[in-house]
Each structure stands twice: as structure tokens, then as C-alpha cells.
Design a protein around this ligand. Structure first.
Ligand code: SF4
Length: 254
């Protein structure tokens, strides 16, 4: 009997940082090419195909090296409920959002104090973040617009101890990772939203796509070199709420 041959596949690691009232938690996951599922990285440690981790020195992105047999095939792609007539000739219909999305996403829990959310957005330069439940599934969105709206309330109607759940929008338009760039663009344009969480097979946030991601993809496709201008979200001090920096010098502070 012929031995089963395998070949190495570089599978990018994705991270979701959830900022809560007490601490920030990082969940790292991979899109398993064999099982066709989004899996916690810990499951790879139990897998015989795990051949180690490496970091691409140029981009700084981390990968798991996965030994895949040619006979294995991923599960069927997830189906989208968004209705649109596809145009196969258009690359935007063939390219999945997973290829252009931000894969290191900052999320917040609904019990995060608004003051800490203000600090987080200011220090990272992020305009808005998904609000997630304990499983990392999106339950809403919160942005600088919501904070400005809060501060425009009449005096006396802005509570000192409000939480994210008091100001967030309890609706999040999401897309599965295999959905096309075209549908992401259509969704953002139709619903006038600026960021769409990308969810894995268990409904958890695994990425975020914005109009800027689509513009970068278009520019790269035309031969332009695009710098990586994603906001810094890998500095643990950004989530250290014991640091006394939230004060009246911040634009959103009371
Ligand atoms: S190491 Fe195993 S569980 Fe992890 S991505 Fe590869 S096949 Fe999937």
C-alpha cells in the first residue's frame, strides 16, 4: 500500500481581543483546511497534522504549518442568506472576504465602562468595534458616532458610570468568511455601515472588513503597493485600565 503523502499548508492565525470591565482576553483561532471549520488554536496542539508555527518576518503575521493529505477536503462552504445575483467574471465575486479582512480584531464586552471604551478608541485609532457575548459572537456595534451622540444629550442625561451596553447599537450586520468581497461592498453600501464583522462557523468574530480593506484590495489588484496601516492593537498596555490616563484631557471625557 502506498504511504499517504502530505504537503505543508501555511494557515494564518487570527486573534480576537475582547476588552471587558476587568481584563482583556485574546482568543486565537485558525481556519482548518481539513475540517473546513474555524477552530481554537488549542485544538491544533492535539492534531497530528500540526507541524509547528512560524512568523513571516516581512509582515509579522503568524502561521501554523499544517500537513495536509491531498485526499482531505474541506467541508462545504457556508451559505449566505444575503440575496444577490452573482457575476462570476468579476473578481470581487470570486474573492472571499477572508482574504482582505483584518484578522486581528478588537472587540468589547457590553459591561465595559464607556470611559474605557473612549480611551480604547482614542489610543488605537479604531473608529468602532464589535460588541461580543462571552462566546465571541457579535451582539452589536459601538463607534465614535455613538459616543458623540451620547455627549450631545442634554446635561444631566449623561451618566457617569454608563457601560457599552447603554450606548451600543444592538444590531450587527455580519458575513461568513467565505462570502465575497462584492457582497461585503453591497452590504456596507446598502446598510450604510462602515465595518462588518466576519464570523466563523460557530458564529464567533474572526475578522472585520471595512471599505478601506476593499479599497486596498482594489489598489493592490491594479499593481499599487499598499502599506500596512492597520491600527496597533497588539500592545497589552492599550488594555491596561489600571493606568490613570482617562481624564478630562480626552475629547470624549465628561
Ligand atoms: S493542525 Fe490539524 S486542526 Fe490545526 S489547522 Fe491543521 S488540520 Fe486543522
Amino acid at each position: 500500500m502506498n504511504p499517504i503523502k502530505s504537503f505543508p499548508v501555511a494557515v494564518p492565525l487570527r486573534s480576537r481581543t475582547t476588552v471587558g470591565a476587568e481584563a482583556a482576553f485574546v482568543d486565537t483561532s485558525v481556519r482548518c483546511p481539513v475540517r473546513g471549520l474555524e477552530l481554537p488554536l488549542e485544538e491544533c496542539a492535539e492534531c497530528r497534522r500540526d507541524a509547528g508555527r512560524f512568523v513571516d518576518v516581512e509582515s509579522g503575521n503568524a502561521f501554523i504549518c499544517c500537513e495536509v493529505e491531498p485526499e482531505t477536503s474541506p467541508d462545504p462552504l457556508l451559505q449566505s442568506e444575503i440575496c444577490l445575483v452573482p457575476e462570476p467574471e468579476n473578481p470581487a465575486n470570486r474573492t472571499p472576504v477572508s482574504e482582505i479582512m483584518t484578522t486581528h480584531v478588537v472587540c468589547v464586552s457590553p459591561d465595559l465602562p464607556v470611559r474605557e471604551l473612549e480611551r480604547l478608541l482614542l489610543e488605537t485609532g479604531i473608529s468602532g468595534v464589535p460588541v461580543v457575548d462571552a462566546e465571541g459572537r457579535p451582539i452589536g456595534m459601538v463607534s465614535k458616532t455613538d459616543l458623540v451622540r451620547r455627549h450631545s444629550r442634554p446635561p444631566g442625561l449623561v451618566g457617569d458610570f454608563e457601560l457599552v451596553r447603554d450606548v451600543m447599537i444592538t444590531l450587527a450586520f455580519c458575513l461568513p468568511a467565505n462570502e465575497s468581497v462584492a457582497r461585503a461592498a453591497a452590504l456596507m453600501a446598502f446598510e450604510t455601515v462602515h465595518r462588518v464583522p466576519v464570523v466563523g462557523s460557530r458564529g464567533q468574530v474572526i475578522g472585520l472588513v471595512s471599505p478601506l480593506d476593499i479599497l486596498r484590495w482594489l489598489a493592490r489588484g491594479s499593481g499599487y503597493v499598499m502599506p500596512n496601516t492597520a491600527p496597533r492593537t497588539d500592545d497589552p498596555s492599550l488594555f491596561d485600565f489600571s493606568a490613570p490616563t482617562m481624564d478630562s484631557d480626552l475629547p470624549f471625557a465628561d
